[in-house]
Design a binder for this molecule. Sequence first.
Ligand code: AMP
Length: 249
Amino acid sequence: MKLLVPVKRVVDYNVKVRVRADGSGVETAGVKMSMNPFDEIAVEEAVRLKEKGIASEVIAVSLGVAACGETIRTALAMGADRGILVETDAELQPLAVAKLLRAIAEREQPGLIILGKQAIDDDMNATGQMLAALLGWPQGTFASKLEIAGETIAVTREIDGGLETVSLSRPAIVTTDLRLNEPRYASLPNIMKARKKPIETLTPAALGVDPAPRLALVKVVEPAKRQAGKKVGSVAELVAKLKTEAKVI
Ligand code: AMP
């Protein structure tokens, strides 16, 4: 069974993001970029399935500017076998990404596509669900456990107040939650080996997809700054402040 793993290049999770002065988005120039953390979990899960002999090949796919090739190299260094870069400078929203991934899925015929549950830049949490709808495949979202037996995939999902297990038939879509696994670090020899693994470069036009955005970004603002705390002199003063000044947020 082939596995397809879409990996998005996002601002590194350690970077304190800055909003552009004109409110048109987040500053990305000169900022460290990395693989979306939920996608690292997806690559890890796919590589483990290959190590267990359940998957035959792991294909990492990234869509966006040429530098997304670096994100694919990271996936290859973690153990993916080959990469596909869909190169475009156009802004890609989830529906366009899902349509491009559908086109790739139709070419590659994977048994399973493992995506992150959300990309930490826009927090859309939409691509996996849209892709499942476009392909007409079952989906197990927010997976914290994945078990494959024959044609059946059991996905344990983190839901409010507990866990839910769903059973999917192949081919299927799974999206990863934080507790699915702990991704490995790529070792130096594997980083070197990854340089030789193949990456195919395609374009949206070659896949027959118009990636034009459907949503217009109106404005991005920084979160409100927290006010400094105050020390109170007594319990009575604290109670008085709680009564008169404290607000339910
Ligand atoms: P989102 O719906 O934007 O929160 O993204 C959910 C998941 O879709 C991500 O964790 C990735 O697995 C995948 N994805 C979204 N955008 C891209 C992209 N440009 N390239 C590769 N994968 C993507």
